[in-house]
Unconditional design. Structure first.
Length: 109
């Protein structure tokens, strides 16, 4: 299943639901098919995503490149490995735009 994050502030961010749900948890939200980050919740979501991105980059830096995974299991089987920070960056940018323009972020299937 696909989940789309939307805001009137910027373009949509589309993700597989397993990835989106993981990032919802990072942002302090209950994983759900539909939801919202209110304007008041945007700063905390940004802070949490930035912390997770930094932590993931630091973790990956300790793993030699030749030992990093090439594949990962997802909701639809095996797929190429993509780090959390690579997945979170487009969502972080959307939320930062939403904060600048004072618009909420919503998501749904």
């Amino acid at each position: 299943m696909i989940i789309t994050f939307k805001s009137a502030a910027a373009g949509d961010v589309i993700m597989f639901s397993d990835v989106a749900q993981r990032l919802m948890q990072v942002m302090g939200k209950e994983p759900a098919d539909k939801g919202i980050l209110t304007i008041e919740q945007l700063p905390d979501a940004i802070r949490r995503l930035k912390a997770a991105i930094t932590e993931d980059k630091e973790r990956l830096a300790t793993i030699p490149e030749e030992e990093r995974p090439l594949k990962e299991k997802g909701g639809f089987g095996e797929r190429p490995f993509v780090s959390l920070y690579q997945r979170a960056t487009p969502l972080l940018e959307l939320i930062e735009w939403a904060q600048r323009k004072q618009k909420p972020v919503v998501w749904g299937v």
